[in-house]
Design a protein around this ligand. Structure first.
Ligand SMILES: Nc1ncnc2c1ncn2[C@@H]1O[C@H](COP(=O)(O)OP(=O)(O)O)[C@@H](O)[C@H]1O
Ligand SMILES: [Mg+2]
Length: 339
């Protein structure tokens, strides 16, 4: 196995949420709950999960923009919480971000030249006289022309802005890029261009990517490995081929006919079928209400996060966190029915 460039060890992140604007008091939610995961050198690790499951929180923690409530984050083997000024600067240079919204992530008052030469200046990567040459090279990398050097972000389309955003991330010759929904704000036809560019750059520079999306087909297409997150808990981690060779995506009510290839939540994502049995939906809702009550009282959930929605769930699932089980080579699932 390759070395990890970025490693999360038992990372949890709590946020305090107020009951309402008028009422006093607050409760804590666990945006991330004991996440163990690593991005290997030169790989694209895809992170998929529905909105609000904690993907952006993990992205921010990976880049040291937020700190975990508990747990550790390692970059190239070092705990980022221990970095002194020099190490932190080095880390900021080697771990870059590509944002979801290309319309707000570029400063509207700065020209393309200014946007792309700034990281060179901040990290003192070359002499002032070489900025222009370097910036032109960066633009070429992302398929853009030097004629745009003096233009402003508002003059470009979403896809072009995302290219400029990628060029900015590449300026510091990073080792890892965290891309949080980089194509979600773009038209479908443009999405494909940006994804292909991203794959091309990844190969050319042997970059590591933490690629985040709620879009399953996109994740399937780009990733070498796929991690599935649900309400802050990792449900499954698998190599790309395990994701593609999924014979049966339906979840069934009987544990005996359970599809052992995937976590029930992954199966649900893959089948894209909402709860199939209406009666089961009612049962699940009852459990869900119970859970919300406990959730506020206990501060977090003891068992599997998918428990309220799972057609297989038993009391044990609500009470105990399932262990991470290796069901095939490099394929891990956290589910009581897998052990
Ligand atoms: N600064 C914050 N304060 C309070 N709650 C937050 C904050 N940031 C995120 N959350 C909550 O944490 C959960 C995860 O959010 P996020 O990581 O943005 O999810 P995703 O990117 O998967 O949509 C959500 O319930 C969100 O409301
Ligand atoms: Mg997000």
């Amino acid at each position: 196995m390759k070395d990890a460039i970025c490693e999360f060890k038992a990372v949890s992140k709590d946020y305090s949420v107020r009951h309402s604007f008028f009422a006093s008091g607050s409760y804590r939610i666990k945006a991330l709950d004991m996440v163990n995961l690593s991005v290997k050198e030169g790989e694209i690790l895809g992170l998929v999960g529905e909105s609000g499951c904690g993907k952006s929180t993990l992205a921010k923690i990976a880049l040291g923009l937020e700190y975990p409530t508990s747990g550790q984050v390692f970059f190239s083997g070092y705990d980022i919480a221990d970095f002194d000024k020099t190490r932190l600067e080095n880390f900021r240079r080697h771990a870059q971000m590509v944002f979801q919204d290309p319309f707000s992530s570029l400063n509207p008052k700065k020209t393309v030249f200014k946007i792309l030469s700034e990281p060179l200046k901040i990290h003192r990567l070359c002499h002032k006289n070489h900025y222009r040459e370097r910036v032109i090279k960066l633009l070429k990398e992302v398929g853009m022309d030097e004629q745009i050097l003096n233009r402003y972000p508002h003059e470009f389309s979403g896809g072009q802005r995302q290219r400029i955003g990628l060029a900015r991330a590449l300026a510091t010759t990073p080792k890892m890029i965290v891309a949080d929904e980089p194509t979600s704000a773009l038209d479908v036809s443009i999405q494909a261009q940006i994804i292909n560019l991203l794959l091309d750059l990844q190969e050319r520079h042997k970059l590591s990517f933490l690629f985040i999306s709620h879009d399953l087909p996109v994740i399937q297409f780009v990733s070498h490995r796929v991690a599935v997150l649900y309400k802050g808990q990792l449900m499954e981690l698998m190599p790309k081929n395990a994701f593609l060779q999924s014979p049966n995506h339906q979840i069934t009510k009987s544990p005996n006919s359970l599809n052992h290839h995937h976590h029930p939540y992954t199966s649900l994502l893959l089948s894209a079928v909402p709860v199939p049995d209406p009666k089961m939906g009612v049962e699940a809702k009852k459990r869900d209400y119970g859970l919300i009550y406990n959730y506020k009282k206990d501060g977090y959930q003891k068992g599997c996060a998918f428990f309220p929605r799972c057609s297989l769930a038993t009391d044990k699932c609500g009470a105990e966190r399932p262990f991470w089980t290796e069901v095939a080579k490099d394929h891990f699932i956290a589910c009581h029915f897998m052990t």
